[in-house]
Design a binder for this molecule. Structure first.
Ligand SMILES: NC(=O)c1ccc[n+]([C@@H]2O[C@H](COP(=O)([O-])OP(=O)(O)OC[C@H]3O[C@@H](n4cnc5c(N)ncnc54)[C@H](O)[C@@H]3O)[C@@H](O)[C@H]2O)c1
Length: 708
């Protein structure tokens, strides 16, 4: 049989089906052609199985078994019935494998996700390599869908109901060891031996004798009251985790509960229908959009010769404060044996504390061993001078936010590094264009804006200026992607991208409080929109004094529409600086746990206005959209997806909405425009006059995403 995408052969009466034939991609996915070919292969196996010893599924790639169904294929399904029919086709194919009379085994090395794991589960056995690349899971929920090729049917049978719910509802991945412990895989082998061991497992699984523990567990989860309790607990956990915003986990729970005790055929029909519903829903479309934006951010549209890019092997952080410590951790995590420089040893201690805290988190979650923890922590060299900087390829400056100081540090630094070393600043508000004037070689300099805390926040803004070379941009971009952070290329300008759009959210909160809206109503309305924190809570986290400073810079740079009221100054005077002083809008105990609204703030504010929740939401969200329009007009970023990616990963704008501008597009820009005009008349013409760019989009009947 002639095949193009899958290797198919027979040796010693065993059929071998190898994925990843003729591909240069690092991940093998189940696209339309592969699925079609697999279907033909399995039909031929079915016809020829008599007298054969078995069927072995494996991968020809050293990186991947099967990373799941092709998301572009899922994206092409626009009708519910079409999506359900697509799932049914996959189910039929996998049922055919399950129903073969010869034994079947999947040999997994590398990621085995989604449709890849569902395929493996239709085999009698799964064996896998002990390699760190190997991971098994059903992550569909993260795309707002469910495993529609029989995954919700087969996983509980393999690992029991509670573990299956835990894995499917959160889209969790398992490494080889955990997969074996749960009973998902039968055995784990070194990668080299995996295929040669397959034959041993070519045994039909029909009469697998259950252990005593398995029998008891099976009995327990099959009993009605116990099942009911399991689903109730799972539903509570989902609602707590997602605040009820996400449809997919709730639909999965409904399916798995209603489908209990049904035959394979009836259950799978229900699964296909639920898949169809979710697949064409707006939430899944938004979450898939996010996936595509993430993929796009890994590629750069600048033409540079790969050989001219600096190879950033050794790093250094200047400043060992909150950010410097986090940056040193990131560099150590990426084997860059960083130098962390500060003014004195007591300052260095803070940086070491910060990095150790981050590594300890990984240690607790068993992501690293004690030995690795010690090795990584020891790889950070704290010092107060420039020794060894001549061997460094990347310096990230994170000293205090002061232009003159930063400039003098850069001109000093340039004397101690070699010519190819890239120099960057983690400034959150100062002009990178101006900073570059302090360097003899400004082309190797740029902004690298991390968010706090570095280990948790995925976004990095790469801030460019007029003298920055394309090679520097490309090398920094490549490095950021390598560290598994999400880069956005942003031109220099007040507040860059994220802080500039965050500004109206925070400023408008001050005005709403002044108008008499209560702290709690304001924060709750924003939480109900899906924001991770209301503006008052967020300001407490950032620090009221820090917020005030940034607001001033933005006001100077952007003019009257960015003017805040004097709420922050009053709070700074009273030392209500937020979490760091245990009092801000809220008050906090010693461990930082919120103890409710600060009663002193309640006295300061009238809090006597009841405003409709949607009105509060529009008051804070519309000016963000308006500011994004200015940003696009000025070319600070190039596309709507840059804005959306920045806000989702920079401030946690609700992912299920697909981003700020995708939300604006879905609401209709004419409606957004009209609402801004309304607030312009009733609230403030400075803050709500629609941006000219937004006006032109409305006139031309275009959307933000016409820009890409
Ligand atoms: N904290 C945040 O949330 C955040 C977020 C993004 C960006 N930033 C930016 O990162 C930078 C650092 O902020 P931070 O919050 O970590 O500050 P920080 O006050 O916690 O730490 C600054 C450190 O720099 C040291 N320092 C000062 N002058 C120095 C010099 N000449 N050489 C070496 N070290 C020197 C100080 O001793 C201090 O330890 C600032 O530019 C800030 O705007 C901060």
């Amino acid at each position: 049989m002639d095949t193009k995408y899958i290797e198919f052969k027979e040796e010693n009466s065993i059929y071998y089906v190898g994925f990843g034939k003729n591909t240069k991609k690092s991940m093998t996915v189940l696209d339309e052609s592969t699925l079609k070919e697999l279907s033909e292969i399995i039909s031929s196996v079915k016809d020829g199985q008599s007298g054969k010893k078995g069927l072995v599924l494996h991968s020809l790639s050293d990186n991947c078994f099967l990373a799941g169904a092709d998301i572009s294929l899922i994206d092409s399904l626009t009708e519910e019935s079409e999506a359900a029919a697509g799932a049914e086709m996959g189910q039929k194919l996998y049922n055919m494998i399950e129903d073969l009379s010869i034994p079947t085994v999947a040999c997994v090395h590398g990621p085995c996700l989604g449709g890849g794991l569902e395929l493996s589960m239709s085999c009698d056995h799964i064996i896998c390599s002990d390699d760190s690349k190997t991971s098994l899971g059903l992550p569909e929920v993260k795309l707002g869908i469910l495993p529609g090729f029989g995954g919700t049917y087969r996983l509980p049978k393999r690992v029991g109901l509670p573990a299956a719910l835990d894995l499917i509802l959160a889209g969790k991945m398992l490494n080889a060891k955990k997969a074996k412990k749960l009973g998902l895989v039968s055995e784990v082998y070194p990668k080299e031996n995996l295929l040669s061991q397959a034959e041993k497992h070519l045994v039909k699984n029909l009469n697998k004798k259950k252990s005593f523990k398995e029998s008891i567990e099976g009995f327990a989860t099959e009993s009605m009251p116990v099942r009911k309790y399991i689903f109730q607990k799972a539903r509570e956990a989902v609602l707590k985790q997602t605040k009820g915003f996400y449809q997919a986990p709730l639909r999965i729970l409904e399916l798995m509960e209603d489908g209990a005790g049904k035959s394979r055929g009836s259950y799978l029909a229900m699964e296909a229908q639920a898949f169809g519903e979710l697949c064409v829903g707006e939430q899944s479309q938004n979450l898939r959009h996010l996936f595509f934006m993430m993929e796009k951010s890994k590629k750069l549209d600048i033409e540079v010769e790969e050989t001219k890019l600096a190879n950033l092997k050794r790093g250094a952080a200047l400043g060992a404060g909150t950010m410097g410590g986090g940056i040193a951790w990131l560099m150590a995590q990426n084997n860059m044996s960083p130098i962390m420089k500060d003014l004195n040893t007591s300052a260095l201690e803070l940086g070491f504390k910060q990095s150790s805290k981050n590594f300890q988190g990984a240690l607790k979650r068993k992501k690293i061993s004690v030995e690795k923890f010690n090795k990584l922590q020891r790889s950070i060299r704290g010092q107060t001078d420039f020794t060894g900087f001549n061997k460094v390829d990347l310096v990230i400056e994170a000293i205090v936010e002061n232009m003159e100081l930063k400039k003098s540090v850069f001109s000093d630094l340039e004397k101690h590094v070699n010519d190819s070393c890239l120099i960057t600043s983690n400034t959150s508000s100062l002009s990178v264009e101006e900073m570059a004037t302090a360097l003899e070689k400004p082309e190797r300099f740029g902004g690298l804006h991390f968010f706090n805390p570095v280990h948790k926040m995925p976004l990095v803004e790469i801030i460019t200026h007029s003298k920055m070379s394309n090679e520097t941009i490309a090398a920094l971009h490549k490095w950021v992607v390598k560290t598994k952070k999400t880069p956005v290329i942003v031109k220099d300008g007040p507040g860059f991208l994220v802080n500039r759009i965050l500004m109206p959210y925070l400023n408008e909160a001050g005005y709403l409080l002044e108008e008499g809206v209560s702290i709690e109503d304001l924060d709750k309305a924003c939480l109900d929109f899906g924001m991770p924190m209301g503006p008052c809570r967020l300001l407490d986290e950032i620090g009221i004094d820090v917020g005030e400073k940034v607001a001033k810079i933005l006001h100077e740079g952007l003019g009257d529409r960015a003017q805040s009221n004097n709420q922050s100054s009053v709070m700074v005077e009273k030392n209500f600086l937020g979490k760091k002083t245990s009092v801000g809008f809220y008050q906090y105990d010693e461990s930082g746990k919120s103890q409710g609204v600060n009663p002193e703030m309640e006295k300061l504010l009238s809090q006597d206005k009841k405003m409709d929740k949607t009105e509060i939401q529009m008051r804070v969200i519309l000016p963000m959209i308006n500011e994004a329009a200015y940003i696009l007009e000025e070319g600070i970023v190039e596309t709507a997806s840059d804005v959306d990616l920045g806000l989702i990963f920079g401030i946690g704008f609700p992912p299920f909405r697909g981003g700020l501008l995708r939300y604006a597009d879905s609401e209709g820009l004419d409606r957004i425009y009209k609402a801004l005009e309304g607030f312009k008349d009733t609230v403030s013409s400075d803050r709500y006059t629609p941006a000219p760019f937004l006006e032109s989009l409305v006139k031309e009947k275009k959307r933000f995403y016409h820009l890409g």
